[in-house]
Design a protein around this ligand. Structure first.
Ligand SMILES: Cc1cc2nc3c(=O)[nH]c(=O)nc-3n(C[C@H](O)[C@H](O)[C@H](O)COP(=O)(O)OP(=O)(O)OC[C@H]3O[C@@H](n4cnc5c(N)ncnc54)[C@H](O)[C@@H]3O)c2cc1C
Length: 494
């Protein structure tokens, strides 16, 4: 008889672990609190516009494709990947810089800044690429649960080679002098919700991987991936129960025996929890013994990533001056970047602007564009910020003030036919994201690798965790790794 797995949460981690287990002949039931699956990879559907709700940057497409090959399917039957060029457009004051993925164009662009910066940029790419190859082989694809996984001679030597101790900004500054280039590269560590002026420099991998492996768009938006995963889960015989939040994980004699919800109690041989790890420890595990180290006191001491405020704009006019991915550098960049970590909403925010309709007209039904404008903001642990109408209106106005300084976008407000927004409160209430963070537990040095929560509970050996707050960290491709590692652990131990 096949073993039964219950998965709590239909985020990327839950859905892809489900597929892997179905392939290994497990019976799989997923409980999802929301009507729409996908977790933080979600969609906002309106009459004329489809918006990717949050995640928009698709790096490392091979990690997406790997899920299909694992279960013996051809990804091209489900998804269409479109390569993006330029990967980014950078707006700074009066200047615009296109970062093409073709090196001959990129070299010309960089040389226009200066030959020294061009050389520095390529040296930066090369050095960080070397770090990436090491990190990928020794850390990102492997479990770090056991003390010997990290504290062994080879891994420690490799950790020293990767040397992440200086901050991203300081590290980048050794290679390039142009402040716009520095800020462009540094800003990307905000994708995992940590400051480039504070966190380890390992997140310089993000701009390097984007430049070397390219950025991609899925036809129809990120949610096409979720639709494909859902279709495959049903094809392989899995079951997804939506709009039923799990209320409690039940235990008996050092085993997780099932889950409690409005449907009653359902038992299983193994439980995999994809709901945000700190939220789950606080709310789904009621018995202190099974929380193990993660008591409320410990959770309160842990470090959390920042949150995000997003404006969704459906426009009746098209703005060809925008690429798919755009970064607008706000005045007082450093102050703005650090403010979410100090409990302050940035006044002259640096913006990430996403315009998928530039290359994918299936996202809009008119001749205009759909754009998301994102700003990093403090998470809900900063209690002094009240996300009321006043805060939201002030922030919206500040964002529009900046947006309209981009050449050609001065009339953007007049061309809005749909407007919506998402705050940290939505992140918390919709996805049970602990503290309304965008990226879960912060990836500080003391919360990475062996020091990150473990995939397998110490107290119940059939309870597993998967997702952003686990190793190797946030971002779709890393969560896909997390699902791969947890499945291996399940297959090895159960
Ligand atoms: C604003 C924003 C922008 C981002 N941009 C990018 C990007 O451009 N590129 C990228 O690669 N990554 C990006 N990310 C990160 C990426 O989206 C996440 O790391 C990833 O989607 C997290 O997946 P997950 O499986 O860990 O969990 P989640 O997506 O958090 O899924 C957990 C699921 O569990 C459900 N759940 C919670 N509690 C319960 C319960 N009690 N019972 C049942 N179900 C429950 C939730 O509803 C949710 O569906 C972004 C994230 C945010 C928030």
């Amino acid at each position: 008889m096949s073993k039964k797995a219950i998965i709590i949460g239909a985020g990327i981690g839950g859905l892809t672990t489900a597929l892997r287990l179905l392939k290994n002949e497990y019976e799989v039931v997923i409980y999802e609190k929301n009507k729409k699956i996908g977790g933080r990879v979600n969609i906002l559907e309106t009459k004329n516009f489809n918006f990717d709700l949050s995640a928009s940057i698709l790096m490392m497409p091979d990690s997406y494709k790997e899920v299909f090959s694992y279960i013996g399917k051809n990804y091209t039957d489900y998804l269409e990947f479109i390569e993006i060029d330029p990967t980014y457009k950078l707006f700074s004051g009066d200047t615009t810089i296109d970062f093409n993925n073709k090196f001959s164009s990129l070299t010309k662009t960089l040389e226009k800044i200066s030959k020294e910066d061009s050389l520095g940029y390529f040296k930066f790419l090369s050095d960080v690429y070397e770090k990436y190859l090491i990190a990928n082989k020794y850390f990102l694809q492997k479990s770090q649960d056991d003390i010997t996984d990290f504290f062994n001679f080879t891994t420690l030597i490799k950790a020293l080679e990767v040397n992440t101790l200086s901050t991203s900004y300081d590290f980048i500054s050794k290679y390039v002098k142009d402040e716009r280039l520095r800020q462009f590269l540094a800003f990307q560590s905000m994708y995992v919700g940590i400051s480039p002026y504070n966190g380890p420099n390992i997140y310089t991998l993000i701009p390097v991987v984007s430049q070397l492996y390219g950025l991609w768009h899925l036809k129809g938006g990120m949610y096409s991936f979720i639709n494909a995963l859902s279709k495959l889960i049903y094809e392989l015989g899995g079951n997804i129960i939506t709009e039923v939040p799990v209320e409690e994980i039940l235990f008996l004699n050092d085993k997780a025996i099932g889950v409690k919800s409005s449907r009653g109690i359902e038992n299983a041989d193994i439980i995999i929890c994809n709901a945000d790890f700190p939220y789950s420890m606080k709310n789904l595990i009621k018995n202190e013994y099974y929380k193990d180290d993660y008591t409320d006191k410990k959770l309160a001491k842990m470090k959390y990533s920042c949150s995000t405020f997003i404006i969704y704009l459906g426009l009746k006019k098209s703005y060809p001056q925008l690429a798919v991915h755009n970064i607008y550098l706000g005045e007082n960049f450093k102050e703005g970047i650090e403010s979410p970590f100090k409990g302050v909403i940035p006044k002259n925010p640096t913006l990430y602007i996403y315009c998928p309709s530039r290359i994918d007209r299936s996202m809009v039904k008119n001749n205009g564009d759909c754009i998301n404008v994102m700003v990093r903001v403090p998470n809900l642990f900063f209690k002094e910020i009240v996300w009321d109408k006043n805060t939201i209106n002030t922030l919206m106005n500040d964002i529009f003030k900046e947006l309209k300084t981009i050449k050609g976008l001065d009339d953007i407000e007049e061309n809005i036919v749909y407007k919506n927004y998402l705050t940290p409160l939505d992140m918390e209430s919709t996805f049970n994201a602990y503290g309304g963070t965008a990226f879960g537990l912060s990836t500080t040095l003391t919360q990475t690798n062996y020091f990150r929560p473990k995939f397998k509970s110490n107290k119940a050996n059939n309870l597993f965790f998967v997702g952003s707050s686990l190793h190797p960290g946030p971002g779709i491709s890393l969560v896909l790794n997390s699902s791969k590692i947890v499945t291996e652990e399940i297959l090895n131990t159960m």
